[in-house]
Design a protein around this ligand. Structure first.
Ligand code: SF4
Length: 325
């Protein structure tokens, strides 16, 4: 008997897998990546969690499917920010079901806890998700199982419902107790969660789609730097520190020039390739304003090797006026 787990790396989904593995069932932990998860150390963390509970880990990249089917026209709308959580969950369950069939597994599990998040995890939203993904009956949520209708795995006797949990609400007390019981270590996830739930990230997304078609290759551009919209509509992204400069430098996206100061230290920046002369001049002024350059002197910025001369604004506030964020 095998189950597919929708695995986020968080405590709830790790415990959900453990509850099933303890009943002698193999679990394949599937992490579905929309591209908007925050970066760094997550893979290592997920592998660590899976090792501790004895699940195999598989990462599934659905970035283009997510942009095409979910992000820009969600049937159930957005949450507080740019997060289409109900549609996103439905997509994830549909993908998990595909994997279940391909792997010859018998049912799905997830770490969802009823009433934990106001919009996406109330009973009605969970039911909508199941209907949309044709997963009704197949999805077992071990953390709240006793509070929910029995699923196929419980009805068929593959899983003993009595050994599952009946957790509801936002308190994590029971989860922490379970973690302690099984000796789970280092379970706090590194970094934040999904960027789409972040208010500032949402503002950058809304700004982007007002001017351009958003594609998979644009996702990394959105994750770093100060984002500015110039007078004639070009987009400028300026690194705010060494780490961001490093990330921006590595981005390969043919919609953008890589811009660098010549002869003086300065941030790494990206400028839309379709920027007109006026916007390129403005970008030059702005980039220089984030250096220690003297407003009375002339400096050079290289845009993929093409040089443009300019001087910084008198004050950084003048550059900040173009900030989207
Ligand atoms: S928080 Fe992000 S990943 Fe999670 S359901 Fe919402 S949109 Fe999807």
């Amino acid at each position: 008997m095998k189950a597919i787990a929708l695995f986020s790396g968080g405590l709830d989904s790790t415990l959900a897998m453990k509850l099933i593995i303890d009943q002698g069932i193999d679990v394949l932990a599937v992490n579905i990546s929309t591209g908007f998860g925050s970066t760094k150390d997550r893979l290592e963390h997920m592998q660590n969690m899976c090792n501790q509970v004895g699940a195999e880990l598989k990462i599934i990249d659905i970035q283009s499917e997510f942009l095409q089917d979910v992000l820009f026209d969600p049937k159930h709308g957005y949450g507080k920010n740019f997060n289409p959580c109900i549609d996103c969950h439905a997509k994830m369950f549909a993908v998990a079901k595909r994997i279940m069939e391909a792997e010859g597994a018998s049912f799905l599990i997830s770490g969802e806890v009823m009433g934990q998040r106001p919009m996406s995890q109330n009973k009605e939203a969970l039911q909508t998700v199941l209907n949309e993904s044709n997963c009704d009956g197949l999805l077992l949520r071990p953390m709240s199982a006793k509070m929910l209708k029995p699923t196929i795995a419980e009805i068929e006797g593959w899983v003993d419902r009595e050994k599952l949990e009946g957790i509801t609400g936002r308190s994590r007390d029971r989860q922490l107790e379970l973690a302690k019981e099984i000796g789970l270590a280092d379970f706090e996830s590194p970094g934040g969660g999904c960027l789409l739930t972040d208010e500032n990230f949402g503002k950058k997304m809304f700004d982007f789609i007002k001017y351009d078609k958003f594609e998979v290759k644009d996702i990394p551009v959105m994750k770093f730097g100060r984002h500015l919209r110039l007078s004639d509509g070009a987009k400028l992204v300026v690194g705010r520190n060494k780490e961001e400069n490093g990330y921006l430098q590595d981005i390969e996206n043919d919609k953008f020039f890589h811009a660098k100061t010549v002869g003086i230290p300065g941030p790494h920046a990206l400028l839309s390739k379709d920027a007109g002369d006026a916007d390129r001049e403005l970008a030059t002024k702005i980039i220089l304003s984030y250096t220690k350059a003297d407003p009375k002197k002339v400096y050079t910025i290289s845009y993929d090797g093409v040089e443009q001369k300019g001087s910084p604004f008198e004050t950084r506030e003048e550059a900040n006026k173009f900030n989207v964020l």
